[in-house]
Write a new protein. Sequence first.
Length: 529
Amino acid sequence: MISWRKPGTIAPENPAYSLLIIGNVFLTTFLAVLSAVATIIADNTIQGDLALSDPKTTWLTTLYLLGANTTVLGANWFADRFGYKTMYAFGVILFTLASGFAGIAENFATIATARVLEGIGAGFIFPIGLATIVRTLSPKRLPLGLILYIGASFGAGFALGLPLAGYLAQFMSWRLIFLSILPVGFAGIVSCWLVHEETERTIFSKFDLCGFLSFALFIASLLVALTYGPLRSTDGGWRSPYILGLFALAALSLLSTIICERRHPDPIIPLKLFKDPMFAVATMAMFLLGMSAFASVATMMQYMINGLAYEKYVSGKIGIIYGISLFCFSILGNAIIKKIPVPCLTFLGLSILVYSYFLNNELNWLTGPDQIFWILFLRGVGLGLSLGPTTIQAMRHVPKDLVSKGATLLTFFRQVGGTYGGTLIAIVTIKRQIFHAARFGEQANAQLPAYQVTFTKIFNQFYSNTSGGATQAKGAIVKNILDQSYIQAINDAMIVFGYVTGAVALVLVVLNLRNWWKQRKATSHKVEV
């Protein structure tokens, strides 16, 4: 009978063992990324089938990411306590079963619960899968393995997930997106059982429950406040007692987190890491990279579907280039990292990322797929070149006894960037859409000659085919105004985050120059002595 702790199907000394381990981690991570991508494409299809309101629809993706983010920080503690194989298998099983429940959901409560559970499962898969690769590969092969993990898992997740989700949502059923995860997920569970060997359980200090719960409450309350604050359906908007109460709760939770982490002997968030300026700024960069990796791409998909009225499958096919460029340039980054200084490679990647944001300003309601193609291509290039080097720069400033927690924190900030990034983009988009709707609406003046000519042309088109030509002509003009304002609002949001990303990149350059100057002075001083 095959043992759970040491199945014995293949010896760890066998060269194929590490390949099988990596293949298993790639597979399950790919499924977790696919599930996150699914609701980007299929959200309004799910909305129509389950009769969801707009505010509820926004939570289809957010709840998944929220579940993952709140779990990541504590996942490695449970793995050390109960075994990496056990907790990794637990994450895959929970994720797979929750995907099945999402596929048969009939109301918001069911699919919301399923999405949270999926996210919790993914919250175990991401950090423990990464730690498993680190434990399995030799130091010589580890950099390539990590780059492949990021590039292949996430790149393939987008490259295959976007068109697959678009095809199933448009031509078949959105439920098949989640139900198709079941057989592949069970294959991942079986391969985990047959290949992985259990790690020795390590006795640690008591779990930092106070810090974990306080921080989870901070993340959730702040996210809800930022999501519902700008919506027109929220009475009072940002001044609503409900929203103000959530902000107050977030502030108190953050204060509680800081107090708990300063007192606990083994905190889940070692605050002393943030005393190093390079690590602190690198975590900000990881947040922005996470936003670029997920939120900005999700926004581009919504831009094509809602702004340009592209079909879901067509939008998904255009998005393939993002996943491919992310994968290829992650590999290229690993190949040239020995020839180009890490700070230079980081700055190059972030610069390309910023340029892709600024290119958004050239888009309008007549934009063709070629322009979007190049923006997504450059976004994948920038992310592929900068994600690995940014991680390396941050980890160089982490003490050896905190390497595991430092890596977990960077993973957390990357993922939370995808969660909060979408919300922050939505806040800027909503504000700017109101502005642009008023600006474009000034042109819809019945006394202006240009408006009269446009109205007459549209009226004649509708009148020759259907009754009520005047009403439909006015509706077409209003729709065009709303589409233009929506597209320009997205462009404004991308430019704002382009400036923010550029600022963080410049700060990293300054910090690297400062460190270089200090090292040079220290070296020259030794030579003089």
